[in-house]
Design a protein around this ligand. Structure first.
Ligand SMILES: [Zn+2]
Length: 215
């Protein structure tokens, strides 16, 4: 499925585009699209005043863009919680259905869902669920790829992207798990994480989309 403008806005927000500039390379890897299609979409979003583009630095959401992305993210993440908690979806399975549901969810339905779920604060991927008309500002965190060997970390949030989530399920990493970084291979090679239960190797690319709390 070709990502649409909503997918771009949500990803830019997930990458921290409410506060900082996000470069095209990050968007390319987050959406698994070509650099050319990213440039094309950015041009459209700039015209619609949803993002501001600074050459060589990247894009940042405008207030209008942030409002739109926050409303989408609210619906998307409420459905994710519902699917995981009540229909036994796993965290890598929820994305596609949440994606469809968010587009057919009225404000009243989103509010009722929020009440029914008892106002969850986070989605299964660790993302913030905003209240009605609240803007999303994720807690500022560094990525796993940014810490040196020896650091103790908790997996706090991951980008909501199907291939990444499938990969994390494959290597058996979950949200809120705690690890020590025991090795970082040269040339953007894999990062080794260890705790009492297991040792896992995370590719550099994945580590670049995993946000962690330093313990
Ligand atoms: Zn999520």
């Amino acid at each position: 499925m070709t990502p649409n403008r909503e997918d771009y806005l949500k990803l830019i927000l997930e990458l921290g585009g409410d506060q900082t500039k996000i470069n095209n390379k990050q968007i390319v890897s987050g959406l698994v699209v070509s650099a050319a299609s990213v440039s094309e979409m950015i041009t459209k979003l700039v015209k619609e005043n949803l993002v501001e583009h600074t050459p060589y630095q990247g894009v940042q959401l405008t207030t209008a863009g942030l409002e739109k992305a926050s409303a989408l993210v609210r619906r998307h993440r409420l459905w994710e919680v519902f699917l995981v908690e009540h229909l036994n979806y796993t965290w890598n399975e929820v994305h596609d259905d949440a994606e469809v549901l968010e587009h057919v969810t009225s404000e009243i339905l989103a509010n009722r869902l929020d009440e029914y779920l008892e106002h969850p604060k986070y989605c299964p991927h660790g993302g913030m669920i905003p209240q009605l008309n609240q803007l999303v500002h994720e807690k500022k965190r560094e990525k796993l790829s940014e810490y040196p060997v020896g650091t103790k970390v908790r997996i706090a949030r991951v980008i909501d992207e199907r291939e990444l989530l499938d990969y994390l399920v494959d290597i058996d990493i979950g949200i809120n798990e705690e690890y020590t970084i025991t090795d970082i291979a040269a040339y953007e090679g894999p990062i080794t994480l260890k705790n009492q239960d297991k040792t896992v190797q995370v590719s550099y690319k994945a580590a670049d989309t995993i946000f962690v709390d330093k313990l």
